[in-house]
Design a protein around this ligand. Structure first.
Ligand code: ZN
Length: 259
């Protein structure tokens, strides 16, 4: 499991889409006025003119993934209907290469993502709700990209586009189920961590069940320490993989802290 990006607390509310200012025309004319006198541009006799630089066309500003994810988190947090969600994100997703058809289909799917029943009463729960919010937005973006690929593919082959979207969405529904299950596991594990933290304090130990089935990651974490307030890079105990049997326990003096 990846660690959440630092400072990644989601914006609580969706800002209204900024009104685009009309581009001013005046500055565009300025470069012509600033043209150097022609005498300066003439090459010395007998020499080739210096190669002209290509016209200065600034590269299109790349849409930073973090910007996109932040916009998705904001839109998801206030979304009531799939249509409203699609409208809220249409512009920024179009800039990211996602067409409205793919976006709308994924928005409909996302509305069936169950809300977390927990408010987040302990520090581990609160940390995991932030992780889950981020993962949900990341899945949303990845699903949009995959459905968009299916749309483009169908279009290039002259195939039925709506059927391609339906097929792609059936796959996304299966992926989503896995993500929802992982989110639920993270909340359950965080609840256990908060309980252990109440008993032992914020510093806890990682305890793996050691047998032939123990994975390398859980084996390596066994006996180490972590803080309840911050999930280790591999997640809290019990969430490393679908059948993770690791649990939190009382702190062990001198044990290394998990990254
Ligand atoms: Zn484990």
């Amino acid at each position: 499991m990846q660690a959440p990006p630092s400072g990644g607390s989601p914006p609580p509310q969706q800002a209204p889409p900024p009104k685009r200012k009309r581009p001013r025309r005046k500055p565009a004319k300025k470069p012509a006025a600033q043209k150097p006198p022609p005498a300066q541009q003439q090459p010395p006799p007998g020499q080739q003119p210096p190669p002209q630089p290509p016209p200065a066309a600034p590269p299109p500003a790349a849409l930073a993934p973090a910007t996109l994810i932040a916009a998705i988190i904001a839109a998801l947090s206030v979304a009531v209907t799939a249509a409203g969600l699609a409208v809220a994100l249409a512009k920024i997703m179009k800039a990211a290469g996602i067409g409205y058809l793919a976006l709308r289909a994924v928005c409909i799917l996302m509305m069936s993502w169950p809300e977390s029943p927990l408010e987040g009463t302990g520090p581990a729960q609160r940390a995991i709700i932030r992780v889950n919010t981020l993962r949900r937005a990341q899945f949303f973006l990845a699903a949009c990209k995959r459905v968009q690929v299916a749309v483009v593919d169908a279009r290039s082959h002259g195939g039925p586009i709506r059927q391609a979207v339906r097929d792609a969405l059936a796959t996304e529904r299966r992926y989503m189920t896995l993500h929802v299950n992982a989110s639920t596991r993270r909340v359950t594990a965080a609840t256990t961590v908060d309980g252990a933290s109440e008993a032992y304090g914020p510093l806890l130990s990682w305890n793996a069940v050691m047998d032939a089935r123990t994975t390398a990651e859980c084996r390596a974490a066994d006996g180490k320490s972590f803080y309840a307030t911050r999930p280790p890079a591999i997640g809290y105990p019990g969430t490393v993989h679908p059948h993770c049997r690791c649990t939190p326990g009382p702190p062990r003096p001198g044990a290394a802290i998990l990254p």
